[in-house]
Write a protein that binds this ligand. Structure first.
Ligand SMILES: [Zn+2]
Length: 158
């Protein structure tokens, strides 16, 4: 019997694993046995009856709510991981753009004030980089909003 008890999940009510009893209950009227699993922890009323011990074990171990939540948590984790990766990529891109911005500014300062070609080039490059940084910030905001939305939805559903 010990080996069968080891495949049982903890009691769904009190979470006890040590005080689980598994036995056959004789039914005098039908002259058959019922498989029974009982938690004998003090004050815990948990008991499962099924036509056979095997079915009782199956019934005892069935935790649809728990299984559902575990699955939900896995989905959340994966989604969170993906969001984090997107964040990191977007932030890296902003850092690169800001470095380029500093280069352009340095180039602008060092350029001969009469060399309008370089000055114009720098001004255009600067504006383009600022636009790209702005776009990246918008993208990050969108990622954040989508993540918040997802979080809110999953809170409502659970
Ligand atoms: Zn119990």
């Amino acid at each position: 019997m010990k080996t069968e008890i080891e495949i049982l999940k903890p009691c769904p009510l009190c979470n006890s694993i040590e005080k689980l009893m598994l036995y056959n209950e004789y039914m005098p009227l039908s002259k058959t046995n019922l498989g029974v699993i009982e938690c004998t922890n003090n004050f815990c009323p948990m008991i499962v009856r099924a036509p056979t011990i095997e079915e009782a074990v199956k019934k005892w171990n069935e935790r649809p709510r728990e299984d559902f939540l575990i699955k939900q948590i896995d989905i959340e984790k994966e989604s969170h991981k993906q969001t984090n990766e997107l964040y990191v990529l977007a932030l890296d891109e902003i850092i690169v753009l800001q470095e380029q911005l500093i280069e352009v500014e340095t180039m602008y300062e060092k350029a001969d004030k009469h060399n309008m070609g370089i000055k114009d080039y720098c001004e255009t490059a600067y504006d383009e980089l600022m636009d790209m940084i702005y776009d990246m910030k918008v993208k990050i905001d969108a990622i954040r909003k989508k993540d918040d939305e997802r979080r809110r939805k999953s809170t409502y559903n659970s």
